[in-house]
Design a protein around this ligand. Structure first.
Ligand code: UD1
Length: 338
């Protein structure tokens, strides 16, 4: 299949490009490098041994996107291109809606023009906001607590409305990721947070590497076994494989809209993550308990049974593999670049 990947040099995007090529698909990456690095493209080529078709453009640039689609004529699009910082989204909400919602709308319009009728959309468990209970199934109430989360939810609605439009032939898989972590086992691609990381896993590896003094553990009074926050950490290579499976499912099933949780189905606490990383690094990684981070929830982990059944997919990599791969990447490549 010919697959256009928007945001293909980003964290989940780059790993998905690798898995798509491994599965025999032809890939064209569309990127504006607003939060990713050009050398990631070369790294993808090193891993796959295949030159990568790349169009440098902003998905809001309709003419550029049209020209790209006209050249490549994709059978499907996997759409990652988006802004993803929760804190930045509270400061720049209009920009977040512009890129995440406006960009998706332009993409859907152009896809229709070129009869490209399959989309896989990068959504997030953040659409659930504060879940009423764990594990969280797709039927749980949505109610994102941040502008970033709301742009993801509006993106989902937009896509479902396009699927349901009279005469439309669009099929869509909406994938709600829990906490993406880890890196490619080669150590050649991984997460590249700009500035001080907001997310726990890159903060841990940067602390282990001596770039940060200590990890701040946000909150130790949650109703969890050790009092720290519990999340469903899913290896990025497992996530990437789910995108390939979602393309196959859209091509082979009559169902035109799939909304699926992508998680492992088990939660780990902040302290469990720090301990596992410490065992991989071979020394204790310093941390300090602090108060809760505003907006954080105690626990959030997935019921991934629908994705297991519909995609024939399950997250296979263990927490140990997650930590080993993230640490290999940190040591090999993840130089600070702010
Ligand atoms: C965050 C975002 C979520 C986004 C996801 C992407 C918020 C409120 N939520 O989720 O919208 O989809 O990232 O991966 O930002 N923690 C620490 N110290 C740190 C950082 C985090 O103790 O320096 C704790 C948090 O309190 C939480 C856990 O680690 O319990 C995971 O945090 P994080 O990696 O930021 O992910 P989420 O908050 O789950």
């Amino acid at each position: 299949m010919k697959v256009m990947v928007t945001g293909g040099a980003g964290f989940v995007g780059s790993h998905t490009v690798v898995e798509l090529i491994a599965a025999g698909h032809y890939v064209q990456v569309v990127e504006n490098f607003c939060n990713s690095e050009r050398w990631i493209v070369e790294r993808i080529e090193r891993i796959t041994g295949v030159p990568l078709a790349l169009d440098e453009l902003d998905i809001r640039d309709r003419d550029a996107l049209r020209a790209s689609m006209e050249r490549f004529r994709p059978d499907a699009v996997i759409h990652f291109a988006a802004l993803k910082s929760v804190s930045e989204s509270t400061q720049l909400p209009a920009s977040y809606y512009d890129v995440n919602v406006g960009g998706t709308a332009t993409l859907l319009d152009v896809m229709q023009e070129f009869d490209c009728n399959r989309i896989v959309f990068s959504s997030s468990a953040t659409v659930y906001g504060q879940p009423e209970a764990c594990p969280v199934a797709e039927s749980a109430a949505v109610g994102p607590a941040t502008p970033y989360g709301r742009t993801k939810l509006v993106g989902e609605w937009l896509i479902r409305d396009c699927v349901a439009a009279p005469g439309a032939s669009l099929g869509a898989a909406i994938l709600r990721y829990f906490n993406p972590v880890g890196a490619h086992p080669s150590g050649l691609i991984g997460e590249l947070p700009r500035g001080v990381p907001n997310n726990l896993a890159p903060y841990i590896t940067q602390t282990a590497a001596g770039q940060r003094d200590y990890i701040r553990v946000f909150g130790d009074d949650y109703a969890t076994p050790d009092g720290t926050g519990v999340r469903d950490y899913v290896h990025v290579v497992d996530l990437a494989k789910a995108h390939v499976a979602a393309l196959d499912a859209l091509a082979s099933s009559d169902q035109r809209e799939l909304t699926l949780n992508l998680g492992t189905g088990r939660g780990y606490s902040v302290l469990e993550l720090i301990e596992t990383f410490s065992s991989v690094v071979g020394r204790p990684i310093p941390y300090e308990r602090q108060g809760r981070r505003a907006g954080d929830i105690g626990e959030c982990w997935a019921d991934p049974s629908r994705a297991n059944a519909v995609l024939g997919w399950r997250a296979e990599k263990t927490l140990l593999e997650i930590c080993e791969d993230a640490w290999r990447w940190q040591q090999a490549s993840a130089l600070p670049h702010d």
